[in-house]
Design a binder for this molecule. Structure first.
Ligand code: GLA
Length: 412
């Protein structure tokens, strides 16, 4: 847990001024994996773990950024040209800062989302001036829980706020996504940034990633969401991730030859896909089958959650995992083992890998009465099976990005 008062004190000790505080959550996706860059459906919740930014403006055009997790300070000159991905945490901060208005040359190239705001315009993210930032996070990194989106969104919100801009959250999510594409080299979808922006306590977000239309689905009080970290990091996953995305685009190009209205796998039915199977390499067919079937599962899962049918929801999670493992090939032995262990316990409705894959976390839906036992048994059995000590916890659905006042702290 991050203690905001302690963080404010640490900022004061380091930078000699009182900071403003901001926080953005990580996320766990209940169902709808690798659908967001296919214009499909997702159902994440915001975690009750966050990335925090203590921030104060500077008179010059530098960002002085200290990360507690990495125990490192980096200075960014907002007027200097930026390099490509360095593979380090600062890429996310640099990307958001640049897109929000660092190098004016870049702003001109990347209009219109980066234009300074004009009166009456809808572009209310604008040039940010220099700032001191102290970053601290209790979102595990490299665990598939979107620590990077939490960092991007928290920093973007902080920089906009310091410039007296109240950010439009959809626009902020897009800026954060662009930072990931252009400065971290990961062609991610919009799910992580949207839930970091819009998370709501006690509810899952059913998001249509094409229209950004959203519905809030209350998490029934009798169930718990359990996050099970395999402790296998997914650091090398971005190459595989981009390769999956390219496979999907290949599938769409083939399918659209006969049906030009198909713009994304979102527009494809299983019947259409099966009709085209003979014309596709088997790998492309399997990738597409995962996405098309996963979209259908999300829609069914939304009905199950609102109808209180936890068993059905759990069965859909199980099916999602099988599809990610076999058709999409983004699981790994430790994730498969974790999911098998969790599912074998009483009181568990279903479990699956969550996030991009290749390590990271599984998510399970369980009965509230089984909470303590499931946590204990998962930890013990996983350690026996793999020699790794997992981090297993029950998360509440938390709220999205925001400022934090030490005087009247809102509930997380
Ligand atoms: C990562 C990406 C998301 C999404 C998931 C897989 O978390 O950032 O956009 O594609 O993987 O569902």
């Amino acid at each position: 847990m991050i203690d905001p008062s302690e963080l404010a004190g640490a900022f004061h000790a380091r930078f000699g001024r009182e900071p403003r505080l901001y926080r953005a959550p990580g996320r766990v996706n209940l169902i709808g994996e690798h659908t967001d860059y296919n214009d499909g459906f997702v159902m994440p919740i915001a975690l009750d773990r966050c990335t925090w930014v203590a921030a104060a403006p500077r008179a010059d055009r530098s960002l002085v950024v200290h990360s507690r997790e990495y125990d490192e300070t980096v200075t960014i000159d907002l007027d200097a040209a930026t390099n490509g991905p360095t593979g380090r945490w600062i890429d996310y901060v640099r990307g958001v800062a640049a897109i929000l208005g660092g190098d004016p040359g870049q702003v001109a190239r990347r209009a219109p989302a980066m234009r300074p705001a004009v009166d009456g315009g809808d572009d209310n993210l604008r040039h940010s001036a220099g700032a001191d930032l102290l970053i601290a996070s209790d979102v595990p990194m490299g665990a598939g829980l979107s620590s990077s989106a939490a960092l991007e969104v928290a920093c973007g919100y902080a920089l906009a706020s310091l410039a007296d801009v109240v950010p439009d959250l959809d626009r902020l999510a897009r800026v954060a996504q662009r930072a990931e594409h252009e400065f971290a080299g990961m062609r991610c979808g919009i799910m992580d940034q949207m839930i970091a922006c819009h998370g709501r306590a006690g509810a899952a977000l059913l998001l249509d990633t094409r229209s950004l239309a959203r519905r809030w689905l209350p998490v029934p009080p009798a169930v718990r969401v359990v996050v099970c970290n395999t402790m296998v990091r997914h650091e090398l996953a971005s190459g595989e991730y981009n390769a999956r995305r390219a496979d999907c685009e290949d599938g769409v190009a083939r399918l659209a030859r006969d049906a030009p209205s198909i713009r994304a796998l979102r527009d494809v039915t299983i019947a259409q896909l099966d009709a085209a199977r003979a014309d596709m390499p088997p790998r492309i067919y399997r990738r597409c089958r995962h996405v098309v079937s996963e979209n259908a599962r999300v829609e069914e899962a939304a009905g199950a959650l609102t109808g209180g049918d936890s068993r059905r929801f759990g069965a859909l999670m199980d099916a999602s995992h099988a599809s990610l493992r076999d058709d999409y090939e983004v699981s790994c032995p430790e994730l498969d083992r974790m999911v098998d262990i969790v599912r074998g316990l009483d009181g568990v409705y279903g479990a699956r890998m969550t996030g991009g894959g290749f390590g990271g976390c599984a998510v399970a839906l369980i009965d509230g009465s089984a909470e303590a036992r499931v946590r204990r048994d998962v930890a013990r059995r996983y350690q026996e099976a793999t020699g790794l000590e997992p981090d297993v916890w029950v998360t509440r659905a938390g709220s999205g990005v925001g400022a934090w006042s030490l005087d009247s702290a809102p509930a997380a």
